[in-house]
Structures are given as structure tokens and as C-alpha cells.
Design a protein around this ligand. Structure first.
Ligand SMILES: Nc1nc2c(ncn2[C@@H]2O[C@H](COP(=O)(O)OP(=O)(O)OP(=O)(O)O)[C@@H](O)[C@H]2O)c(=O)[nH]1
Ligand SMILES: [Mg+2]
Length: 414
């Protein structure tokens, strides 16, 4: 009988612990990443060392231990939780006879699979090429060493050609991204001109960003129990209780030790964050490691030059959260369950409080020639009363600070 059931590749997760990060948590995350990539995990393995082994990263003795486990259990793949050099991968593969990849390669693979938009695909290609180039550089150093001082190894010419090819490709991709980014700038300016308020949803991968977006706006975005389900920012309009329209933007999720190249490459889509009026930092409060996840997201937010934008911490998955989270007093926070639509009104209230913080009351004298301004005020503020006089309209209204530049000239009380 033929066995027609297609099995997922089986892998072993390996890590070397030199005490610079929480290895246990990172390995747990690596398992989630492997599962997202349709790989089955056979076991974890970690080795405490003072430093990494230059040629095989993990000690040779440990590799010898793994060998029979691989043979007896028909393991297909070894995944290292650390970033390995090309030479280290080659040396380990020669020793154990199966494929070896590292955390960065796995994350890049998942991103490549999930990228849908043109911009997303270019960004991931850019990250992959930068990664390939950094590894080729590594090989170059090794070849230089083999060739001795001033000596040129036999494969070096080809290596130089490969490097140039990748560099050309990187430059081409960067150019394409710049063009797309320019288009995004124009779109953003239009939004600003139209006074559209933007609320960006940020947070750790799998925290429920897309579920919240769907719950608020019926956006129909894929939300699933997999890492990096969303790569492309998606935006939808939502109308607040006072009639003001805001645009919610769903974004790519974060993870600890996110490959540097990836953050760099996704900067253009994350640029949206810089222009947000409010940031919602979504947190999976049911995850035992939610504190670490908050710290990772805070760190990435701090790199995005948006320290002046108000942030609301949104503790999601309250339906399955066992511990009673004590909110920090000084921060604005709210507890919700996006999946069950619990606490959404509170969240909207909080957003309104933040947005209305800078609102103020004024009486404007608007000439009939500029009557359309009243509509703008109505859309983005509150009109209390309108009195139609001979040459002007007196408008008593509450306006947001964003409208000041538009209505300042009609304000007699300044
Ligand atoms: N129990 C529970 N599950 C939730 C809640 N909100 C989201 N989830 C689940 O969490 C998982 C991840 O949700 P997503 O909305 O895809 O998360 P995300 O933050 O967009 O993830 P990425 O796009 O991968 O970064 C899904 O299985 C959701 O059903 C909630 O309030 N309660
Ligand atoms: Mg998502």
C-alpha cells in the first residue's frame, strides 16, 4: 500500500545560549514560526556556552549527539534560533547531512509567502537580497583567509560577480520602492488636506490587530492564528459617535529579534505611523510573555520617530486572559476582546478623548464666499449654531487643532 498522506517536514530547533537573551522564550517563538511555515517540530535543543563556535556555531560534541536523533527519527531540517554565517551552515550541513536554516531565513520565508501587494513583495525581495549579500560578504572574508595575505581564492571572481549582481538588484528594488513611496506621500498629503484623522494599529504579531480592524470596520482582512498573517497596511474609514471620520490602518506585526534588514525594508510602509494622529498599541494580554512583547513593540515604536503621537495601550483577548492586569496609572489603556466585540465602546471613547484633547470653542465670522468651510467644520468638528447676517455667517463651533490653519482668519476672538 502506498502512503498517500503528505506529512509536513520534521525539524529540530537548536539554540546556543551565551546569556544574551531569553532562549526558552525565543525557542517557543521559533516553534510558532516553524508551525506557521507548515513544519512539525520534533524537539528543542539548547547548549549553554561562553561563546559561539566559529566553525559550527554549536559544539561538535553536541552535533555528534544530534546525529543519531536525526537518523532514527527521519528529521528533515535543523533550524537554528541564532543568525549563522554561510560557512557555519555549510559546515554543519556537511556534518549532519540534512538542511540547516536559521531564524532569519525562516522569518524571511514566511514574509515572502505572505507578501501580496507590489510594495510588500519588493520590500521582502529587498530584505532577502540584503541578507544574501551579507552572507556572501561572510564567505568573502573566509576565502580571503584561505588565500592568505593578498591571495585570491579560486572562487573569488565569481563571488565578486555574484555580489555585484545582488547589489544591482538591491539598487533597482530601492528605486522601485522610492517611486511607490512617493505615491504614498501624495496620497498621505491628500488625506491631510482633507483632514482625515488616522489611527494606526500596531503591535506584536498575533495580538489581534486584524481582528480588531475587522470588528471595527468589517474590513474582511485575513485574521488567523499564524504569525505575520498581515504584511500590507490596510486602511478603512470608521465614523465616530460625533460624526467625525477616522481612518484605521492595520499594519505588519512585530516579533522579538526581528531581522534588522526586514525592519529597514519595511520602513516605507511603517512610515504611515509617523503621520498618525493616534497609535493603538495592541497587546495579547492572554500571552504569558505579554510584558516582553510590549517591550519589543515599544522599542520598535521608538525607532519610528513618532514619540510625539499619543499611544493607547489596548489589552486584547480579555476573554481568555487569566491574570488581572494592572494598568500603569500614567498611560492611557483599555481592555477589550476584539474577537467577541467586548470593550469596543470604551476603546472608541478613549480615542475620542485623545482626539478631542486639543479641541476648543470659538465663534467664527465667515463670509458668504467661503460658505463651504462650514461643511468642513461640521465634518471634523461640531457646529453649535449658525447665524446668517447681512455680509457674514456667525458660526459658534468646537474645532480640532488640526482645523486651525483653515479657520484662523475667520476667528475674531484670537
Ligand atoms: N480568544 C481571543 N482570540 C482573539 C481575540 N482577538 C484575536 N484573536 C485571535 O488571535 C489570532 C490572531 O489574530 P489576528 O487578528 O490575525 O492577529 P494580528 O495581530 O493581525 O496578527 P499578524 O497579522 O500575524 O501580525 C486569531 O486566531 C484570532 O482569532 C480575542 O479577543 N480573543
Ligand atoms: Mg494581521
Amino acid at each position: 500500500m502506498y502512503d498517500n498522506i503528505k506529512k509536513n517536514p520534521l525539524c529540530i530547533l537548536v539554540s546556543v545560549d551565551i546569556g544574551d537573551y531569553d532562549v526558552e522564550y525565543s525557542l517557543f517563538e521559533l516553534e510558532q514560526l516553524a508551525k506557521t511555515s507548515s513544519l512539525d517540530v520534533f524537539c528543542y535543543l539548547s547548549q549553554k556556552r561562553k561563546s559561539y563556535d566559529k566553525s559550527t556555531f554549536i559544539g561538535k560534541g553536541k552535533l555528534e549527539e544530534i546525529l543519531p536523533v536525526i537518523e532514527e527519527n527521519e528529521i528533515d531540517l535543523i533550524i537554528f534560533d541564532n543568525e549563522l554565517s554561510a560557512t557555519q551552515i555549510k559546515n554543519i550541513e556537511n556534518f549532519i547531512g540534512i538542511r540547516v536554516i536559521d531564524r532569519t531565513m525562516l522569518i524571511l520565508d514566511i514574509f515572502a509567502l505572505n507578501a501580496k501587494s507590489k510594495e510588500g513583495i519588493i520590500q521582502i525581495k529587498l530584505a532577502q537580497n540584503k541578507y544574501r549579500l551579507s552572507r556572501l560578504s561572510g564567505i568573502g572574508v573566509d576565502l580571503d583567509r584561505q588565500g592568505g595575505v593578498g591571495g585570491r581564492g579560486p572562487g573569488e571572481k565569481k563571488l565578486e560577480l555574484d555580489r555585484r549582481k545582488i547589489k544591482d538588484e538591491i539598487n533597482g528594488l530601492k528605486k522601485e520602492l522610492e517611486e511607490l513611496s512617493l505615491r504614498r506621500d501624495i496620497f498621505r498629503k491628500k488625506r491631510k488636506d482633507n483632514n482625515i484623522i488616522t489611527v494606526v494599529i500596531l503591535g506584536y504579531t498575533n495580538s489581534g490587530k486584524s481582528t480588531l480592524m475587522n470588528c471595527l470596520t468589517n474590513a474582511n482582512i485575513l485574521a488567523e492564528d499564524k504569525l505575520f498573517a498581515t504584511l500590507d497596511p490596510t486602511s478603512r474609514i470608521y465614523t465616530l459617535t460625533n460624526g467625525r471620520e477616522v481612518m484605521f490602518v492595520d499594519t505588519v506585526g512585530f516579533i522579538s529579534r526581528l531581522p534588522h534588514n526586514l525592519v529597514e525594508s519595511f520602513k516605507s510602509t511603517l512610515e504611515e505611523v509617523k503621520y498618525a494622529d493616534v497609535i493603538l498599541h495592541l497587546i495579547d494580554s492572554a500571552d504569558p510573555n505579554f510584558q516582553e512583547q510590549i517591550a519589543v513593540t515599544d522599542h520598535i515604536i521608538s525607532q519610528l520617530e513618532c514619540s510625539n503621537i499619543p499611544i493607547i495601550k489596548v489589552y486584547n483577548k480579555s476573554d481568555i486572559c487569566l491574570s488581572d492586569i494592572e494598568f500603569m496609572k500614567e498611560e492611557i489603556s483599555v481592555k477589550i476582546s476584539a474577537k467577541n466585540s467586548i470593550g469596543i465602546d470604551d476603546l472608541i471613547d478613549q480615542i475620542e478623548v485623545v482626539l478631542n484633547k486639543d479641541d476648543f470653542n470659538c465663534v467664527l465670522s465667515i463670509p458668504y464666499s467661503d460658505i463651504s468651510v462650514i461643511n468642513t467644520i461640521r465634518n471634523y468638528g461640531v457646529v453649535n449654531s449658525e447665524v446668517y447676517l447681512d455680509d457674514i455667517i456667525k458660526v459658534d463651533c468646537i474645532i480640532t487643532s488640526r482645523l486651525v490653519y483653515l479657520v484662523d482668519k475667520y476667528n475674531n476672538n484670537k
